[in-house]
Ligand binder design. Structure first.
Ligand code: SAM
Length: 366
C-alpha cells in the first residue's frame, strides 16, 4: 500500500513538469506549414506558466494562426509558487490572488501592444494583463476531458502540449477519438502502452523530429523535492530536473520521416538468433537491421526514432504477440514477468529481453 501511494505521488509529481521554450521551438519549427490558418489548442496549459502558450502567442503572426486557445486546470500550481512566466501579482480577470482558478484564454490577434516596434514577451504579458483577446473563467475544473474542454477541442485543428504523464493513455485516446492533429511531448515508454502502440501500428501517431536521445530539462514547482541526480536551481531559485527518454509524439508529417535508414549488415543465423516464444529474429541494435532479411525482426523500441513507414511495416510488439514461456521451458529456467521475448543462453536457461517491436521490410531486399 505504502509503495502504491509512493508511486502515485511520483506520478502526480511528473504531471507538473514544465517544458522549456527552447525545446518547444526546436520541434515546432518543423511544422510551420501545418499551422497556417489553424486553431491551436493547448489544453493542459495555464497561460501564465506554459511555454506552449508563450511560444504560440509569440509566433502567432509568424505561423499565421487563426486562433490560439489555452485552458488552465484547477490544480495548476497554486498562487505563491514562483512558476509564472509573468509577474503574477496583479493578474486580470481572475478572482483573488490565486492563479489556479480554471480559466481559458482565446487569442485571435497579437500585436505590438506596447508599441516598441517588436512583438515580444512584453506584448504577450500586456495582452494577458489587458484580459487577453478574451480571458474567461471556466465553469468546471479545466480537465481536458470535461465537456467544456471537449467543445474547444472540437473547434481546434491542432493540439499542442505536454499532457499530465499519469493520464497520457487517456489523453492520446481522446485525441484519436476526436481525430485531431497534435504535437505533444511525453516519455518514450508510452510507445509500449496498448492504446498508443495500436495507433503506431496504424500509422496514426509517430515520433517527432527533434528529440531522439539524451535527456531534457523541465522546470518543476518550487515545492518539488529534488534529491535525484540531474537537477538544478537557477539564479532566481527556479528548479529544473533532467528527464531521460523524452520524445515528441505527433501525427503531423515532416520530410525526414520518409528517408530510408541505410542498412549495411548482412543476415547470418549466428548473429541474429531466433526468439524462443515468437517466430522472429533478434536485432538488438536498430543500426544492425540486416538489409537482406525478408521475415519478421524484433528491434528495440527506439527503432521508432528511425522509422520510415515506406521502408518497414510494423507487425506488433513483444508484449502483445509473445507466447507464454511456460509453453516452451520449465519453470525456473527463465525470468518470469509480463510477456516479453526470450533467447536461449545455451546452458538450458533463457534471457528475457526488453520490449521489442516486430518489423518487416516493405518491398524487395536492397
Ligand atoms: C506536465 S505539465 C505541463 C504543463 C505545460 N503544458 C508545459 O509543458 O509547460 C501538465 C499540466 O497539466 C495539468 N493537468 C493535470 N491534470 C489535468 C487534467 N486532467 N486536465 C487538464 N490539465 C491537467 C497540470 O496542472 C499541469 O499544468
Amino acid at each position: 500500500m505504502a509503495a502504491e501511494l509512493l508511486s502515485k505521488a511520483k506520478k502526480n509529481k511528473a504531471d507538473e513538469f514544465y517544458t522549456q521554450l527552447a525545446d518547444i521551438e526546436a520541434e515546432m519549427r518543423h511544422y510551420k506549414e501545418h499551422f497556417r490558418g489553424k486553431v491551436v489548442f493547448c489544453n493542459c496549459d495555464d497561460p501564465y506558466e506554459s511555454n506552449f502558450f508563450k511560444y504560440f502567442a509569440l509566433n502567432f503572426n509568424f505561423l499565421g494562426l487563426r486562433k490560439l486557445i489555452a485552458t488552465c486546470y484547477v490544480n495548476s500550481p497554486v498562487a505563491g509558487e514562483q512558476l509564472s512566466l509573468f509577474d503574477a501579482a496583479d493578474l486580470p480577470g481572475l478572482p483573488g490572488p490565486g492563479r489556479s482558478s480554471p480559466h481559458k484564454i482565446e487569442i485571435t490577434e497579437v500585436s505590438d501592444e506596447n508599441a516598441d516596434g517588436a512583438i515580444d514577451l512584453a506584448d504577450v504579458e500586456m495582452l494577458l494583463r489587458n484580459g487577453g483577446n478574451s480571458l474567461t473563467l471556466l465553469e468546471g475544473d479545466g480537465d481536458f476531458r470535461s465537456a467544456e474542454s471537449i467543445r474547444l477541442l472540437r473547434e481546434a485543428d491542432i493540439v499542442a502540449t505536454n499532457p499530465p504523464f499519469s493520464l497520457f493513455r487517456e489523453y492520446v485516446a481522446q485525441l484519436a477519438e476526436y481525430d485531431k492533429k497534435f504535437i505533444i511531448i511525453g516519455n518514450v515508454n508510452a510507445i509500449t502502452y496498448k492504446e498508443v502502440f495500436k495507433l503506431i501500428e496504424e500509422n496514426r501517431i509517430w515520433l517527432g523530429k527533434s528529440i531522439h536521445s539524451g535527456d531534457r530539462e523541465f522546470r518543476v514547482p518550487d515545492s518539488y523535492p529534488l534529491q535525484a541526480a540531474g537537477y538544478r536551481v537557477d539564479e532566481n531559485g527556479a528548479k529544473y530536473i533532467r528527464v531521460k527518454g523524452v520524445r515528441w509524439f505527433t501525427n503531423l508529417d515532416f520530410d525526414e520521416r520518409h528517408e530510408n535508414l541505410t542498412l549495411y549488415k548482412q543476415y547470418t543465423p549466428e548473429e541474429y538468433p531466433r526468439y524462443v516464444n515468437y517466430d522472429a529474429i533478434e536485432v538488438s541494435k536498430t543500426a544492425e537491421i540486416p538489409y537482406d532479411y525478408d521475415g519478421e525482426m524484433g528491434v528495440p523500441i527506439t527503432f521508432l526514432d528511425k522509422y520510415n513507414p515506406d521502408q518497414f511495416e510494423i507487425i506488433g510488439s513483444s508484449r502483445f504477440v509473445g507466447k507464454p514461456m511456460s509453453e516452451f521451458a520449465a519453470k525456473g529456467t527463465y525470468v518470469s514477468g509480463g510477456i516479453r521475448f526470450y533467447l536461449p543462453e545455451g546452458d538450458g536457461t533463457y534471457r528475457r529481453l526488453y520490449d521489442r517491436i516486430i518489423i518487416k521490410r516493405k518491398g524487395a531486399a536492397q
